[in-house]
Design a protein around this ligand. Structure first.
Ligand code: PEP
Ligand code: MG
Length: 564
């Protein structure tokens, strides 16, 4: 082998810690809207068959869902029914087949025809027809997913390192099932939900690796050092040996951290910091409990719905929340109501918007859909009889949203009372502090809620005007930026003044570089990704609170001009 070609290095942004040695599996994706793939005439029949099979499967899935939601409220059934109508539209089907016959692939024909029809809906003056544009988007995505599932996920070998242009949260769930060794993507942001899930599932990951799909070939052995964000190919034996050794050290290190499970997170001079876990999937509960989490500080309820194709009924939701409360007991579980919208999975409830992160997401969406909100609240409240559930409201930007949400909660409680259904009448209601406006009105929010949870992932994106999913601004998107830290301090101050507890549940809670500062600033609780729990505990055990307080005070005066 030519020496120049040994240990070729590629770099990206480390997104989920770990080191993996494995064989590459490339998943090439073209953005559905850009597909323009011509096929040879001999392939027309097989492409038509591909499309027809996907359509049959989707009609079957939709009918199945329709049967299940038969007793749901009209809104839910009408969403599913409207998808059924589109799928059974002979005009759309005929047009897609016609396009395939013009030598375009099944995927490209689906995109072309659905986009064409979508424009008609989008431009319509009728609001109901405009709504159907979103149904079309879902149908397009799902048809392509069915077609790709057959060729991509089913043939995905266990233990491979996946290289893909991009990644969605739903794909991460599939990769977890396939036990992939690591994930490398060309685009994405560190605080994207896909990356959060990768860390939750402990799948080592590197993002933002330019032209990754071109620079690697299927089956070749590579090393992904997801601590430094370096990928090596054309491996030299010495390098491979070095990394095999590093992997054994990591296993040893993890074992050592395991000894901290039973120890309380306390600084040397006795300041207790509650260490809780963020939960994105029910399957994560066991490992967080094993790792000694003192309850769940953020249950992202919308993430539990990943891979569901319909909004679950109250009964089904009740069972999840009950399981979460039971498993957390005697600790608490903070269940955040659905934060649908933006880059998150939304079951088609959110609209196609030009700026979704600034659009109808979180509490805004829930308040516009009281049917969805009330069902979830009923399910959570019914599960609260152990009195260890707390309710958390996402994306609050004004006091009215908090007061309106409390009004909806009060009404649901009234209904439960009338039916003699047991629940925690004093359930605590907290606000996610994740927008600059919520920080600026923190005083009045604090007067009207029971606790704060700072969502640094969104707070960073909104304070710095840098999309959390966009690798082009990843250098600007920095949760340790002084403006973000100043906002955190302002929130802690407002909470302390009102005497309510404040926690951090964004990814910053698990950054060891931030622990001392956050503890010194007076944070009461950190809720973090499972994989960072023990490492953070180790850090807290090494701190002196009085010193951390003094250091942070100095930092606040010098760098943030906060003098308190
Ligand atoms: C956050 O924004 O910091 C947060 C914890 O919520 P999410 O990442 O789910 O938006
Ligand atoms: Mg958020």
């Amino acid at each position: 082998m030519n020496n120049d070609l040994i240990n070729l290095e590629y770099r990206g942004i480390p997104a989920s810690n770990g080191i993996s040695i494995g064989n590459v599996y490339i998943i090439k994706k073209s953005a559905p809207n850009l597909i323009n793939k011509a096929i040879i005439p001999e392939k027309i029949d097989s492409e038509i068959l591909k499309f027809e099979n996907a359509l049959t499967q989707l009609i079957f899935e939709t009918n199945e869902v329709l049967e299940k939601v038969a007793n749901e409220n009209d809104n839910v059934t009408s969403i599913i029914e409207s998808s059924g109508l589109i799928l059974n539209d002979p005009y759309l089907k005929a047009n897609i087949i016609k396009t395939i016959k013009e030598c375009l692939s099944a995927e490209a024909s689906i995109v072309r025809q659905i986009e064409f029809q979508k424009q008609y809906f989008i431009n319509s003056k009728d609001a109901i027809l405009r709504e159907r544009a979103y149904d079309l988007d879902n149908i397009k995505g799902r048809l392509i997913e069915i077609i790709r599932n057959k060729s991509v996920y089913k043939s995905l070998p266990d233990d491979c390192i996946v290289i893909s242009s991009s990644i969605t949260p739903a794909e991460i769930v599939k990769y977890k099932e396939k036990k992939i060794k690591a994930l490398i993507t060309e685009i994405g942001g560190l605080a994207s939900h896909a990356c959060i899930l990768a860390r939750s599932f402990e799948i080592p990951a590197i993002i933002g690796v330019k032209a990754a799909c071109k620079n690697f070939i299927n089956g070749e052995e590579i090393i992904a050092d997801c601590f430094s964000g370096t990928i090596y190919k054309n491996l030299e034996l010495t390098l491979k040996r070095y990394y095999i050794n590093e992997i054994s050290h990591l296993i040893e290190h993890k074992k050592k951290l395991g000894e901290l499970v039973q120890i309380e997170a306390k600084t040397i001079d006795g300041r207790r910091i509650k260490l809780k876990a963020n939960i994105d999937a029910l399957s994560e509960i066991a490992i967080t409990v094993q790792n000694g989490a003192e309850g769940f500080g953020l249950v992202r309820s919308e993430s539990i719905l990943l891979n569901k194709n319909r909004l679950p009924k109250e009964e089904e939701q009740y069972k999840w929340y009950k399981e979460i409360a039971d498993r957390a007991f005697p600790f608490e579980a903070t269940i955040r109501v659905f934060d649908f919208g933006s880059d998150k999975f939304s079951l088609g409830l959110s609209k196609a918007e030009d700026n979704p992160a600034l659009g109808l997401r979180g509490i805004r969406l829930l308040l516009s859909r009281p049917d969805v909100f009330e069902i979830q609240l009923r399910a959570i409240l019914r599960a609260s009889s152990h009195k260890n559930i707390k309710l958390l409201l996402p994306m609050i930007t004004n006091l009215n949203e908090l007061l309106s949400s409390k009004e909806v909660i009060k009404n649901v409680m009234k209904d439960l009372d009338e039916k003699n259904i047991d629940y925690d009448k004093n359930i605590q209601i907290g606000v996610m502090i994740e927008t600059p406006s919520s920080v600026l009105i923190a005083k009045s929010l604090a007067k009207n809620c029971d606790f704060f949870s700072i969502g640094t992932n969104d707070l960073t994106q909104y304070v710095l005007a840098a999309d959390r999913n966009n690798e082009f601004v990843s250098d600007i998107y920095d949760a340790m930026n002084y403006s973000v830290l100043k906002m955190i301090k302002m929130t802690i101050k407002a909470a302390k003044k009102q005497g309510i507890p404040v926690s951090i549940c964004g990814e910053l809670a698990g950054h060891s570089a931030a622990t001392e500062l956050l503890v010194g600033m007076g944070i009461d609780e950190l809720s973090l990704v499972n994989s960072a729990l023990l490492e953070t505990k180790k850090k807290i055990l090494s701190l002196n609170y009085e010193k951390a307080k003094l250091d942070s005070k100095r930092f606040l005066i010098e760098k943030l001009q906060i003098n308190d």
